[in-house]
Ligand binder design. Structure first.
Ligand code: XMP
Length: 513
């Protein structure tokens, strides 16, 4: 069993980021709820524990607390923000509520170098703060290690007990030496090695899935996207033929996509895939529907119907695999991100597991998108799947504004293929995160040869982004835009005008829908 660090999550904004940084430092890390009992944790022999930040104050009566046995376990502990205050409070430190909370950058001054926590870090550096309470003084055995102008005890430690705390956030990039602080804790305090890599995650997940599933059967909906592809390949690695994948072709995919995806899954990855041609059915249901929200709902319902129907033919299924990623988990936790929830509900076939009485397998739940890509590579997935652009579950239906017909789908597919081909072939820095064509409901007058035309307006969208939550429009070279434009109007019948979308998100969204 690899050395594992557990992050006790007190409702932190950056909880998974802590876990991810620790994995980046070569130590396997998982996040668990703050109230996980020591008995549960001890079974997995934690190598170290990190207590995350959280929105509460330790000064209120019902402040979230951890099992007291954890502090006495002898396992090295690093408390971050709320986590540090909780440790401090429990050992009898004095805490105060600040008149003005401290948010954002601050200058950290190291005041004590008897512990290894700040090894390799200059006396002064920039850190990121976000707190309303502050530790004022510490009991015997605990030393103040650093301070900021507004925070007397910005770091604390007890060498003998290997219990440390930092008031700032070492996991965010705005903290200059955050990585070094975490590394010092892992290496110097907890004496951990650097053995962990994606291959270890792969092996470990394979074993866990095998043990959990036993001889039962599992199904998975493949969309062609990287998440479901990686999740399915991982599960197949664990249980082989016990996994059946279902690929529903709703007819709203990009040019040649269905064929390519199926070929990759079957021939390259040797997945057991049932392909359902439901193109007619979706088109029929979408006839005359212009409202984008209704389109999404119809597609979601039809998808579940088709999937359930196919799944019912396989006897003895107990589990459903979903490619839920960590950002999907946060999006569904945050009340304000309605769009996020919607994305998730279609993309992850929401509602299906309960309806079908299936248990969920979500092997990617702890990972970020780029980690999933890395896992995909470790599983031997080809680059064209690993590097696939994000693509909405309802497909081209949200990129055709207005009625979705066979004819309009063909126009959009051809225009979109040109956009992708040209941008894929260009050397751009940064390479846009996502790029596609949109078919608008606008028609305008043009002239071709000697004749007047009255044809469609196609919009091009190309964005740079980290995660799709915010986006900027890509500054594509004019020559490239010119080439895309002239190729589309010349090669795609029914299009005589091209526009380039120069809006950011927010206020616009990535998709037009
Ligand atoms: P928006 O349009 O909300 O898109 O700015 C943000 C990112 O999410 C993708 N997207 C979806 N992905 N199912 C998905 O799996 C959906 O229903 C969906 N809608 C939008 C979009 O392509 C962009 O990358």
């Amino acid at each position: 069993m690899p050395e594992t660090v557990f992050v006790l999550d007190f409702g932190a904004q950056y909880g998974q980021l802590i876990a991810r940084r620790i994995r980046e430092l070569g130590v396997y890390c998982e996040i668990v709820p703050y109230d996980t009992p020591w008995n549960t944790l001890s079974v997995r022999s934690p190598a170290a524990l990190v207590l995350s930040g959280g929105p509460e104050s330790t000064l209120v009566d019902d402040a979230p607390e951890m099992d007291p046995a954890i502090a006495d376990s002898g396992v090295p502990i690093l408390g971050i923000c709320y986590g540090m205050q909780l440790v401090a409070r429990d050992v009898g430190a004095e805490l105060v509520k600040l008149d003005h909370a401290e948010y954002g950058p601050a200058t950290l001054v190291v005041v004590n170098r008897e512990t290894p926590l700040f090894d390799g870090i200059p006396d002064e550096s920039r850190v990121w703060m976000s707190h309303g309470d502050s530790v004022e003084s510490l009991p015997d055995g605990y030393a103040a290690l650093a301070s900021t102008p507004r925070c007397h005890v910005a770091a604390m430690g007890n060498i003998k007990k290997k219990i440390y705390g930092v008031q700032f956030h070492p996991e965010v990039v705005h903290t200059q030496y955050g990585r070094t602080v975490l590394d010092n804790f892992l290496r110097e305090v907890a004496a951990l090695g650097r053995e962990w890599k994606m291959e270890s995650f792969l092996e470990r997940s394979v074993e866990e899935i095998r043990t959990r599933v036993g001889g039962d059967k599992v199904i998975c909906a493949l969309s062609g996207g990287v998440d479901s592809a990686v999740a399915a390949t991982l599960v197949a690695r664990a249980i082989g033929e016990q996994l059946t994948c279902i690929f529903v072709d709703h007819g709203l995919l990009r040019k040649r996509e269905a064929e390519e995806v199926l070929a990759a899954f079957r021939e390259l990855l040797h997945l057991n895939v049932i392909a359902v041609d439901a193109r007619e059915r979706f088109l029929h249901k979408l006839r005359g529907v212009e409202d984008p929200e209704r389109k999404r709902i119809i597609i979601g319902h039809e998808f579940i119907d088709v999937f359930e129907h196919e799944a019912a033919k396989i006897r003895g299924v107990k589990y459903l695999v979903q490619g839920t990623l960590y950002p999907d988990v946060i999006e569904s936790k945050t009340p304000q991100s309605k769009a996020g929830q919607k994305i998730k509900s279609h993309h992850n076939v929401g509602g299906l597991p309960e309806q079908m009485g299936l248990a969920l397998i979500e092997p990617l739940r702890a990972l970020f998108k780029d980690e999933v890509r890395e896992l995909g590579r470790a599983l031997g997935l080809p680059e064209n799947i690993v590097n696939r652009q994000p693509f909405p579950g309802p497909g081209l239906a949200v990129r055709i504004i207005g009625d979705v017909t066979q004819e309009r789908l063909e126009i959009l597919r051809d225009a979109d293929a040109i956009v992708r081909e040209e941008i894929d072939g260009a050397t751009l820095d940064p390479h846009p995160w996502q790029y596609f064509a949109v078919l608008t409901p606008v028609k305008s007058v043009g002239v071709m040869g000697d004749g007047r035309t009255y044809a469609n307006l196609v919009a091009i969208r190309a964005i740079t982004s980290e995660d799709g939550m915010t986006a900027d429009w890509a500054r594509l070279p004019h020559e490239l835009l010119g080439r895309i434009s002239s190729r589309i109007v010349n090669e795609v019948q029914g299009v005589n005008r091209i526009a380039y979308d120069v809006t950011t998100k927010p206020p616009a969204t990535v998709e037009w829908e």
